[in-house]
Design a protein around this ligand. Structure first.
Ligand code: UDP
Ligand code: MN
Length: 273
């Protein structure tokens, strides 16, 4: 019988090589925080072999997921809904049934300290979304892998769709009692501090920023879009991204120290002057 540590996993996702860079930084941040759990990355055909090799150096499992699997009975319906393809890809995390419990983390998150205590929570536990706190943010959530739940979510998504076109809108309707039923399923905000908190409530950010456990760089601008000056060792934040320079600097430190040196030069450079 495998130990509890081996039956629980952190799970992330990349559909292309750029998001895979985020996964590499995230995976390294989990290792730095000395997690005792397995770490898994889901990839689609959009992730190159060279990048999969990089991922396998950091992750215990690089799991290919294929939405257009001919064994999938929902295939035909899916082909008619290209708008939901990203949503469906995230749902694949429920199929990792070799694990009893898992924590999904977006590729644009960064773990600052050990968060293994999240495995004491039940499905579906998540932090409030800063934009609408009666919804949870789907960038960090605790769940229980189950083929039955996966099928149920897939059916739900196909029939109900998503009010925001993504996984967050769909999951919030599926797990609709999250807001009111059980406070233990509300993760503290420090497990999913979105970049907007920086300017929407600056005094709170200043007061509590040392407690932050997971940072989430939501929005169109991602950490890898900023410029990094190799001579000064400092990130040059793009104006109006809303990202905290301090957190961006932490992302880039892991990238420069642990990810970039091992990258295949044919993958293309990220670092500007
Ligand atoms: N994702 C991906 N490829 C994409 C878009 C999204 O792999 O082209 C995955 C990735 O894990 C990402 C997550 O889906 O972190 C959610 O998307 P994103 O973080 O961009 O959304 P946001 O948090 O900004 O709403
Ligand atoms: Mn995200």
């Amino acid at each position: 019988m495998a130990s509890r540590e081996e039956r629980e996993a952190f799970v992330t996702l990349a559909t292309n090589d750029t998001y895979a860079l985020g996964c590499l930084v995230l995976g390294n941040s989990l290792q730095q925080a000395s997690t005792t759990r397995k770490i898994v990355v889901l990839v689609t055909t959009g992730v190159s072999n060279s990048m999969r090799n990089q991922l396998s150096r950091v992750f215990d499992l690089v799991q290919e997921v294929n939405l257009l699997d001919s064994r999938d009975s929902s295939n035909l319906q899916l082909l008619g809904r290209p708008d939901l393809s990203c949503t469906f890809t995230k749902l694949h995390c429920w199929r990792l049934t070799q694990f009893d419990k898992a924590v999904f983390l977006d590729a644009d998150t960064l773990v600052l300290r050990n968060v293994d205590e999240l495995f004491d929570r039940e499905e579906l536990s998540a932090s409030p979304d800063a934009g609408w706190p009666d919804c949870f943010n789907s960038g960090v959530f605790v769940y229980k892998p189950s083929e039955e739940t996966y099928q149920s979510l897939l059916h739900f998504a196909l029939t109900q769709g998503s009010f925001d076109g993504g996984d967050q809108g769909m999951l919030n309707i599926y797990f609709r009692d999250w807001a009111t039923k059980d406070i233990s399923k509300h993760l503290p905000f420090i497990y999913n501090v979105v970049s907007q908190a920086f300017y929407s409530y600056l005094p709170a950010f200043t007061q509590f920023k040392n407690d932050v456990k997971i940072v989430h760089f939501i929005g169109a601008t991602k950490p890898w879009h900023h410029t990094y000056n190799t001579s000064s060792g400092k990130v040059i934040p793009l104006p109006e991204s809303g990202h905290s320079e301090e957190f961006l600097q932490m992302w880039w430190k892991i990238f420069m120290d642990l990810v970039q040196p091992a990258l295949d030069p044919t993958l293309g450079g990220l670092v500007g002057e």
